[in-house]
Design a protein around this ligand. Structure first.
Ligand SMILES: Nc1ncnc2c1ncn2[C@@H]1O[C@H](COP(=O)(O)OP(=O)(O)OP(=O)(O)O)[C@@H](O)[C@H]1O
Ligand SMILES: [Mg+2]
Length: 590
């Protein structure tokens, strides 16, 4: 069934003027003109049957007619009284954006972004509203069956029309959700994740930087937490949802960025000696475990556990080494004698830092060879009905990770997922999405200054460019799009832009909007909380959508300062907060 089945008497008006991609429509009925709004959609009769041209209303004007126009009009409607209030030119300017074709071959209702024809003078123009709008937007979003529907909310300009996206396209080719603080990104993310979690084989990892997403509960959600200082002695394990990310998972570059001070004159020596010592320690581990097949091919970047004490022992030995001198019986300092002191000192201080306990003070199981398999299952399992491999949406709470190592740890998780996807044979690959909240913190525009930041950026750039091939999608969420890495942004084919007040951020987002559609960028600063401009692969036309709140809103609730200050109750808890700070663990009041 064609979705645009207008009767002539529903027409708003008729086409008066046409140029390449714009038409001017004269509206006779002033009450209808008043109801029209800029940015709404209109459909125009095409010269070809079975087609309608679709346009966006750009300007609505009502003005007294000049003599020429009146003469013009008199031809159409003879005997017009001079005092007739209709004796005005009411015109609507419409930018044409595409064609809706009732049928191509076996496919019904196909929308194309080209103009197959232009409307003829006097062609009828109709408003695209209500159920027709819903149906049209579903065509635009490429939603064939109900299965792939991702429900967002309603169109701002037409509350009656439900707004949906094509879930395949949204996750396939990466997405970004941007907006100033408090504009509703976390709520929108939660709404999307809730629907993902309902699918029986859902697979997504949510990088929750502030621990905001704890309230998202239910069968389809798994909550994991990076171990904090208080978890170190409690013997918390993976099965309890406490994640350790042991140092041996870090690649060579990450290890050097952590231990070697690049400004040190001995840095190249230190990096070289350290890599040799780590390779050696990995070999010792593999030999002790009898993994001869791995021994033949492993590299320094292979995820093989090694004992940090072995490495430290070797470094200490070289740092103090004396070798036979030129004269018999005499000794001189070895090649690295004294050159590794700072490396050893950095290593030892990181090793004993309780804030970094999740890296260096992991429970015993993290040194077992098959622990990594268990970690990966925890992060990437699909089915939620199998207790041993609970899948769904895995929310990982990074709130206890110190900010200086956050990029390193977040990217470690991302790299793990990417590598496993790469090494999974294509027929067994299960698609997975990584949702990156507060992405500007760990996917910044390349600075070149900090080693750790660059490592993280490199991994996310790689996922943005190649992830699609391996069934790995990114959803980048940020309040500062202008600070997020450009390469990653440019690979995102879906945009949800919420209110943006900063000029730099607006400029970045405007560049992502299709240019033929202009105008929409102007809306960015005036969007209401919870409203978004949505465009991209999952929806070919930009639309302004009022997001429905999630069933389980995240913990990002805005505090009502004035109301709270107006309360008459005692406020305390500062002493407990200070003590929590010392103990590095939040104490919830009893
Ligand atoms: N769709 C919505 N409908 C109604 N209210 C909303 C909606 N989305 C957000 N809000 C309101 O706005 C507040 C802030 O939303 P949210 O936490 O999602 O902002 P944010 O963009 O993630 O901010 P930040 O960048 O600081 O994390 C919410 O607490 C809620 O009161
Ligand atoms: Mg947020």
């Amino acid at each position: 069934m064609p979705i645009l089945d207008y009767q002539d008497n529903e027409a708003l008006g008729r086409v008066r003027a046409v140029d390449t991609a714009n038409v001017t429509v004269a509206v006779e009925d002033v009450t209808r003109l008043r109801k029209l709004q800029v940015n709404r959609l209109a459909a125009l009769q095409s010269s070809r049957p079975g087609q309608h041209l679709i346009g966006i209303i750009q300007r609505i004007t009502r003005s007294a007619s000049s003599g020429g126009a009146r003469a013009d009009r008199a031809v159409v409607a003879e005997g017009v009284d001079d005092d007739d209030p209709d004796d005005e030119i009411n015109v609507v300017r419409i930018a044409l954006i595409g064609t809706l074709i009732d049928r191509i071959g076996l496919k019904e209702n196909v929308f194309v972004r080209t103009l197959e024809t232009v409307p003829e003078i006097d062609a009828n123009c109709f408003a695209l509203e209500g159920l027709r709008l819903t149906a049209f937007m579903r065509v635009v979003a490429n939603i064939a069956g109900d299965g792939q529907r991702l429900s967002l909310g309603h169109y701002t300009l037409d509350e009656a029309a439900g707004a949906y996206l094509n879930g395949n396209r949204f996750f396939q080719r990466h997405a970004i959700i941007v907006g100033s603080t408090g504009s509703g990104k976390s709520w929108t993310t939660a709404r999307v994740l809730e629907q993902v979690a309902e699918l029986p084989n859902a697979n997504a990892v949510m990088l929750d930087i502030h621990g905001e997403y704890a309230p998202l509960n239910g069968d389809g959600f798994q909550h994991l937490r990076i171990a904090g200082p208080a978890d170190l002695d409690s013997g918390a394990t993976l099965d309890q949802g406490v994640l350790f990310l042991p140092y041996w998972l870090l690649g060579y570059e990450a290890l050097t960025s952590m231990f070697v001070d690049r400004s040190d004159q001995n840095a190249p020596n230190q990096a070289m000696v350290m890599s040799r010592a780590i390779l050696n320690a990995k070999r010792i581990y593999l030999e002790a475990d009898g993994k001869s097949d791995v021994l033949a091919n492993f590299t320094i970047d292979s995820p093989v556990p090694f004992d940090l004490e072995t490495v430290l022992g070797e470094l200490n030995e070289l740092n103090e080494q004396m070798v036979p001198g030129a004269r018999a019986g005499a000794e001189k300092q070895g090649e690295f004698n004294g050159k590794l002191s700072r490396l050893i000192q950095r290593l030892e201080s990181k090793q004993s830092d309780r804030r970094l306990g999740f890296l260096f003070q992991g429970v015993a199981e993290t040194m077992q060879y098959d622990w990594l398999e268990r970690l990966v299952v925890r992060l990437m399992a699909g089915r939620k009905d199998q207790p041993a491999q609970r899948g769904g949406v895995k929310v990982i709470d990074f709130s206890e990770v110190p900010s200086d190592v956050l990029p390193l740890m977040v990217s470690l998780v991302a790299r793990l997922i990417f590598s496993v996807q790469q090494w999974t044979p294509i027929e067994r690959r299960h698609p997975i999405s990584i949702v990156c909240d507060e992405a500007h913190l760990y996917i910044p525009e390349r600075s070149g200054a900090s080693g750790a930041g660059d490592i993280s950026v490199a991994i996310f750039e790689r996922i943005a460019k190649e992830g699609r091939k391996y069934g790995l999608g990114l959803v980048v969420v940020s309040q500062r799009p202008s600070e997020v890495n450009r390469t990653v942004l440019s690979q995102c084919n879906n945009l949800m832009a919420m209110r943006l007040t900063n000029g730099d951020d607006q400029a970045v987002v405007r560049r992502l909007l299709p240019d033929s559609l202009g105008g929409f960028g102007e809306l960015l600063p005036v969007l209401d909380t919870g409203e978004a401009l949505v465009v991209g692969d999952a929806s070919l036309l930009p639309a302004r959508i009022r997001m429905s709140p999630p069933n389980q809103p995240p913990n990002s609730g805005t505090i009502d300062f004035w109301d709270r200050w107006a309360l008459d109750t005692a406020v305390g808890g500062h002493d407990a907060a200070v003590e929590s700070w010392r103990k590095q663990r939040v104490q919830t009041p009893q």
